[in-house]
Design a protein around this ligand. Structure first.
Ligand code: SME
Length: 170
């Protein structure tokens, strides 16, 4: 693999455009879901400002839980019941959760007490949700609509690189 990450500059939208191109280049040619999740987390964590945790949770249908996948940041909760917390809610509803104040979110699961706001994007393979991309910030209300669209597009780049999802679909 020959890939060198470039620090994106310009407006927030410019940063996401640059990251989308870089993610396509980084993941292209590799279909392994775990390897791509690991490199994807590293690319974004070091390029998106004011983020203290960025990574994946994947669904284990038999357990009814989301299980920690590749990430960057402090150690995190390994298992989240479907429907609980911000991640479990994003998964169960298949809807992006953009939370300005995590302490005001009912059932928020505090893995790192530094986190103040959170953006969680559901991951769908052929229309079926298999996990989430979770991004945490130490700043309150860190994520706006531009971040949401940008992260949703980036999550789509990750999904489109897969040949099969990292876990069995129910
Ligand atoms: N805060 C998340 C748990 C995952 S950590 O933030 C890494 C939640 O409420 O689901």
């Amino acid at each position: 693999m020959t890939f060198t990450a470039e620090k994106p500059t310009g407006s927030k939208a410019d940063v996401y455009r640059s990251l989308e191109k870089q993610a396509v280049a980084l993941l292209g040619g590799e279909t392994d879901a775990i390897a791509n999740a690991a490199n994807f987390s590293a690319l974004l964590f070091h390029a998106v400002p004011d983020v203290n945790w960025l990574g994946f949770y994947f669904h284990q249908p038999a357990a009814g839980q989301l299980v920690l996948g590749p990430f960057q940041g402090q150690v995190a909760c390994t298992r989240i019941p479907v429907g609980q917390g911000v991640c479990g809610t994003a998964f169960a509803t298949e809807t992006t959760q953009r939370v300005a104040d995590v302490n005001a979110f009912p059932g928020h699961i505090a893995c790192d007490s530094v986190s103040r706001s959170e953006l969680v994007v559901p991951l769908l393979f052929k229309g079926r949700c298999f996990g989430v991309l979770d991004v945490d910030s130490p700043l309150p209300a860190r994520f706006d609509a531009v971040d949401q669209v940008g992260m949703e597009r980036l999550a789509q780049v990750y999904v489109e690189a897969l040949s099969v999802p990292p876990v069995c679909l129910p």
